[in-house]
Design a protein. Structure first.
Length: 437
C-alpha cells in the first residue's frame, strides 16, 4: 500500500495546527481510513495526541537531527499499512536553522524531500483580506514547496469567513474549509507546551469535539484528494541510536515521559526488551535489567514525591553500583543531589551525580545540539557525535564535581562547552538524543 500524505503547516506557532491535525486524524479514523500522524521537529508531546486521535503510534521526523536515509526508513515503516499520513509542522512551515539545504529541521524540508503538498492553516483572527497576502507569500516563497489549499481558523462570523476565503481564492488557492472561533477547542498548556494527552482528564471527549468541528468545517473528501502518494525508496537505520542494553529498565510515569517513539520502536525491533517502572509509585528498576534509562519529563512538578520515594532511590543506587544508568533532561535532574522546585523548596534527589538544579530560578534553554561523547557508554563510544535537542526551563545552580558527559555545540556547530556529568556507571545530561550525527 502506498500511503498518501499532506503536511499541515502554518505561518507560526499558535495558529491551531495541532487542533486541526488531531481533529482530522480522528475524523478520518471514524470514516475507516487507515490514518497515521507525524510531527516534524523534536516535539515530544504532539505525537501523544496524534496516537490518541488516530489509534496508532505517533512519530517524530526531524530533518536536521535525522539523516535522509533514516527519515526514509522511519517514514516508510510508519506508513507501511496506512492510507493517509498527516504531518504536522513544528512552528512556522519554513522555520529552521541556517544550514545546508534540506537539513534545517523545518517541515518544508520534508515537503521538498518527499514531494508532499501543504495544507496551510491560517489564523485569521484580527484580519480579513490580508490573509490572502499571507497565503500568496507562502505560495510563492519556495517553488519546491507546493501549497495545495488553505484552512481558515478562528473565524469570527460568516462574513469574516467570506471576506477571507474570497480573497484567497482570487489568488488561485482553494479554501478547503473554515473553523469558527471556539474557545472550547483549545488544548491546555503549561511551561513546556501542551499538557500531555495522557494527563488530559477527558482526552477522548475533547478529540471527539475536535473531530466533529473538523468534519463540519473542512471538506474531508477534497482534502483526501489533495494528499499525494509518497514513493519511499529504501532507507537505512545506520544512523539510528542502538539499544543501550538488552533489557532496559525505563522510568515511565507522569514525571518521566519524554522518550521519542522512534527510539522505543527501534530498540524493540533490534531485540531489546523494555521493562517500565514508576519512580512516582516508589518502584525500583528491575534488578534483572542490564541498563536503566531515566527519560525527560516533569520531575520539577513532583520533586517532593520523588524525594520521599525511598525504594526508588535505594534501588537506583544499588543498580548504579554494577550497571549503567543514564538520565536525559528531567532524568538528569533526578540523578543530581538536589532539585529546587518552583516555590524555592529544595528536595534531595538520588545523588548519583553531584550537580544541583533549580526550577525556581528559571532560564529557557532551547535549540538543537550536537554532542560529542566524552567516554564509552550507553549512547556510544568516546568521540561519537549525536544529534538532538534541549528544551527546559530548569538550570544548573551547582555544577558539581563529575566529569562531563559530552562536549556540545549548537545546530550550526558553534561550541557551547561541556554538558552533563559522568561518575562511575552513571551519566546524565540536559541533551535529548535523537539520532547519530
Amino acid at each position: 500500500m502506498t500511503a498518501r500524505a499532506i503536511i499541515i503547516g502554518a505561518p507560526r506557532s499558535g495558529s491551531g495546527k495541532t487542533s486541526v491535525t488531531i481533529g482530522l486524524l480522528r475524523a478520518f479514523a471514524r470514516r475507516g481510513v487507515k490514518v497515521r500522524g507525524i510531527k516534524t521537529g523534536p516535539d515530544y508531546i504532539d505525537p501523544g495526541f496524534h496516537a490518541f486521535a488516530a489509534g496508532s503510534p505517533g512519530l517524530n521526523l526531524d530533518s536536521w537531527a535525522m539523516q535522509p536515509d533514516l527519515l526514509r526508513h522511519l517514514f516508510a515503516q510508519h506508513a507501511e499499512d496506512a492510507e493517509l499520513v498527516l504531518i504536522e509542522s513544528a512552528m512556522g512551515l519554513f522555520d529552521g536553522i541556517v544550514v545546508p539545504e534540506n537539513r534545517t529541521g523545518s517541515a518544508a524540508d520534508l515537503a521538498r524531500l518527499f514531494g508532499i503538498p501543504v495544507l496551510l492553516v491560517l489564523d485569521i483572527s484580527g484580519q480579513s483580506q490580508t490573509a490572502a497576502a499571507v497565503a500568496h507569500g507562502f505560495a510563492h516563497y519556495d517553488s519546491a514547496v507546493k501549497m495545495s489549499a488553505v484552512v481558515l481558523n478562528r473565524a469570527g462570523s460568516e462574513r469574516h469567513r467570506t471576506l477571507c476565503s474570497d480573497a484567497i481564492e482570487k489568488i488561485g488557492l482553494p479554501v478547503a474549509g473554515c473553523v469558527m472561533r471556539d474557545p472550547s477547542l483549545v488544548l491546555p498548556e503549561r511551561h513546556l507546551g501542551l499538557v500531555q494527552a495522557s494527563e488530559h482528564p477527558e482526552i477522548d471527549a475533547h478529540i471527539e469535539r475536535l473531530a466533529e468541528a473538523m468534519e463540519s468545517s473542512i471538506d474531508l473528501d477534497a482534502l483526501l484528494a489533495l494528499a499525494r502518494p509518497v514513493d519511499l525508496s529504501q532507507g537505512s537505520v545506520e544512523a539510528a541510536i542502538a539499544p543501550p542494553g538488552q533489557r532496559i529498565a525505563l522510568a515511565q510515569d507522569a514525571a518521566f515521559t519524554f522518550l521519542y517513539p522512534h527510539l522505543q520502536r527501534h530498540w524493540r525491533e533490534a531485540g531489546a526488551e523494555i521493562v517500565p517502572f514508576s519512580p512516582l509509585a516508589n518502584e525500583a528498576p528491575d534488578a534483572s535489567c542490564d541498563v536503566c534509562w531515566l527519560p525527560g519529563g516533569y520531575p520539577e512538578l513532583y520533586a517532593g514525591r520523588l524525594a520521599s520515594a525511598d525504594t526508588f532511590k535505594a534501588g537506583v543506587a544499588r543498580f548504579s553500583q554494577t550497571k549503567p544508568i543514564h538520565g536525559e533532561c528531567g532524568g538528569y535532574m533526578v540523578l543530581g543531589e538536589a532539585l529546587e522546585d518552583a516555590d524555592g523548596v529544595t528536595h534531595a534527589m538520588t545523588g548519583l551525580l553531584s550537580h544541583a538544579t533549580s526550577f525556581a530560578k528559571r532560564k529557557m534553554n532551547l535549540g538543537y545540539r550536537q554532542a560529542t561523547i566524552a567516554a564509552d557508554g550507553l549512547l556510544g563510544q568516546a568521540g561519537d557525535v549525536l544529534r538532538g535537542h534541549e528544551f527546559h526551563y530548569a538550570r544548573v545552580i551547582d555544577p558539581g564535581r563529575d566529569d562531563p558527559f559530552a562536549q556540545i555545540a549548537d545546530g550550526p556547530g558553534k561550541p557551547l562547552g561541556a554538558s552533563g556529568g559522568r561518575r562511575g556507571f552513571v551519566t546524565g545530561t540536559f541533551f535529548h538524543a535523537i539520532a547519530k550525527g
